[in-house]
Structures are given as C-alpha cells and as structure tokens.
Ligand binder design. Structure first.
Ligand SMILES: *Cc1c(COP(=O)(O)O)cnc(C)c1O
Length: 339
C-alpha cells in the first residue's frame, strides 16, 4: 500500500479497513459480522467497564518472500483465550470460530500486511468483553468478541540488540492464586506503575519476582523470561505468569537444537549463572537481556558481558522468525497460510 513507511511503523494503532465481531446472546454465539466502525456501543453498566470482565489476545501475520501470508500458532491463541474465559467466567469461543474470525480479519485488511523486506508484520488483536449491565458483582449475560488488526514495525530498528532490565520489588503484577495466568486487562492495570518506574529509571522494562516470597523470577513486563546455561534453556515455573506462546515455541526449538529444557522455579541469585537471557513474547520474539538490576538491594546481574546477544538466543531468534516468514520449514505445523 502506498503512503505507509513500513519499516518505521511503531507498535501503535493505525486504522485499517475492517474489524470482525461475534456477539454472544441468549447463551449462544451469533454469526460473524464485518464492521468498518472503530467504536463499540455498550451499556454504561457493562461488566467489562466495572469489574474487568475483559480478555485479549495478540498474534501476528507475516508476508513471506514467496508473497504468502502466514499466521503464527492461532490455535494456541484460541486455546489460551478459552482458558482465560474459564478463569473469569466468560463463555468460550470455539477454536473453529476463532480461526474463521482471524482469517477473515486478516483477509479483509490484506492491503495493510507489510511487505517481506520491511521486517514489519500485521498485529492481530482479539478482544472479548462482558457487555451487558450488572451492578452487583456477577458475570455478564452478553458478550462481544471482536478482532482488529494493525500493522506494526520491526521491533529491533537498529538490529537485534541487548537491553537493561530492572527488578521492581515495590509492586506485584499478580498473586500466586490470582489472575496472572490469564490474559486480562486487570493484570496490565496492576503493572502500569512498575512499568512507568522502570522506564523513568531508563530501563527497557520491569521484572517481577514471585509475590509470595520475593525470591524467584516471575516474568518481565509483558514477556516471559528464559536463561541459558550449560546448554540448557531454563524458564520459570510459576502460578502467576502468563503462558507465553513464544516461550512454548522457543522451548520446542531449543529441544530441536539439542538443548535441555527446564521449566522450574528460578531463584534470583541464579541470574549470576546465566550465559545468556532474554524476554520473549509476540512483539519482539526475543529481547536479549544485557543486565538486570535489583535497584532496591543494589545488586546488578550482568548477563551479556560483551553487551551483545548470545549465540543461542540469536540462533533461536533467527529460527523462529524464519518459520514465521516462511524462510524455514514449518516442521511443527505452527503456521496457517492465508488462502
Ligand atoms: C501476552 C503476554 C506474554 C507473551 O505471550 P506471547 O503469547 O508469547 O505473546 C507474556 N506475558 C504477559 C503478561 C502477557 O500478557
């Protein structure tokens, strides 16, 4: 499409042509509707507005060298939205309906899918909200599922590079038996102050320790954490982190490359032992970690001694991006090609 500077897009919102919507009423999901309106008419007492009955997802479509459009692991996003729905008492949208809606939203906005060379992609944002009125705290009886898409630029404008991160002990993102494993807006509201503090101090993002003991690494802002040592890919096991689909994919790729994979509690002191570490999620795939400062205790864990991304992180990053853009074979069946 003319007029869009693909390589310099930020991770922001740009209006596209259509969004798709499915309403849940009378205990059933209706037909998919196509819409060019960006706003939502909603009751002022909707449960999404008052009691946080809101869930979202995030995935991407990529245009390959061969011109084909590939959508990454959409069934996993459907399953995670269903898990979130169970977690906050919303109806589950069947995987097949989710899939149809994603494909339709991408197809209708095909002219916004960035070209291969730009390194940009089309971000897909599904949303599920309780729309009917409640004043007492109860789940809604009516819901709206919608998907909008927006083109986003390459995460690393100056190339794959490391960044500094900071442990914030002052705030918790989620409790051990709370909603941390669900992709709900409430967790993000709880993270805004910590995130602002990290940025104000000059860091890329904030790290959370487990809320109960403040001993173990939980996750990093809106990304999961992994560390590499002794040919092993290590990622925290916790009841308060969001199960990242990028992390799940990297664990598989690490195993394919002959690394051992461990999912277990990661004590803060272990940060001293990692040869490489990264934050992982759909936005960046991997954001390599230069160092993690614990500002309240004055400790600093320098991971990338030379300041550069490590060889295993680089290999994992290139492999996953290769699968997404169609440059590498999709041996695990992770990609859906848009017809
Ligand atoms: C979405 C999200 C992630 C990353 O998940 P991906 O499926 O890899 O994009 C990590 N942590 C939190 C809190 C998230 O909301």
């Amino acid at each position: 499409m003319k007029g869009i500077d693909w390589a310099n897009l930020s991770f922001g919102y740009m209006k596209t042509d259509y969004n798709v919507r499915i309403y849940y009423r009378n205990e059933q999901w209706g037909e998919m509707e196509l819409c060019s309106e960006e706003t939502i008419p909603m009751h002022m007492a909707a449960t999404a507005l008052h009691y946080g009955q809101e869930a979202f997802e995030g995935l991407k479509a990529f245009r390959g060298k061969d011109g084909k459009v590939r959508i990454f692991r959409l069934e996993e996003n459907a399953a995670r939205l269903q898990a979130t729905s169970r977690g906050i008492l919303m109806p589950e949208l069947p995987t097949e309906r989710f899939r149809e809606a994603v494909l339709k939203a991408v197809k209708l906005n095909e002219r916004f899918i960035p070209p291969y060379e730009s390194g940009a992609s089309l971000y897909i944002r599904p949303l599920l909200i309780g729309t009917s009125a409640q004043v007492g705290v109860h789940p809604a009886s009516e819901y709206l599922f919608l998907i909008f898409v927006t083109p986003v630029g390459p995460y690393f404008k100056g190339g794959f590079a490391t960044n500094p991160y900071v442990i914030i002990r002052e705030f918790d993102r989620s409790a051990p038996l709370g909603t941390g494993t669900y992709k709900v807006g409430g967790n993000y509201a709880a993270s805004l102050r910590a995130n602002k503090k990290a940025h104000d101090l000059g860091y890329s993002s904030e790290f959370y320790l487990d809320a109960k003991e403040k001993k173990y690494i939980d996750e990093c802002g809106a990304a999961n954490f992994f560390g590499i040592r002794d040919n092993t890919y290590i990622t925290p096991k916790s009841t308060s982190i969001l199960p990242s689909i990028t992390n799940k994919s990297l664990m598989q790729l690490a195993e394919d490359m002959g690394l051992k994979v461990e999912c277990r509690p990661v004590p803060e002191e272990e940060l001293n032992l990692f040869e490489e570490a990264g934050a992982c999620g759909t936005a960046a795939v991997i954001s390599p970690i230069e160092r993690i400062d614990d500002v309240e205790t004055g400790k600093s864990y320098v991971i990338a001694k030379d300041g550069k991304p490590g060889p295993i992180s680089t290999k994992l990053y290139n492999k996953l991006r290769g699968i997404q853009y169609g440059d590498e074979p999709d041996v695990h069946g992770w990609v859906t090609i848009l017809e």
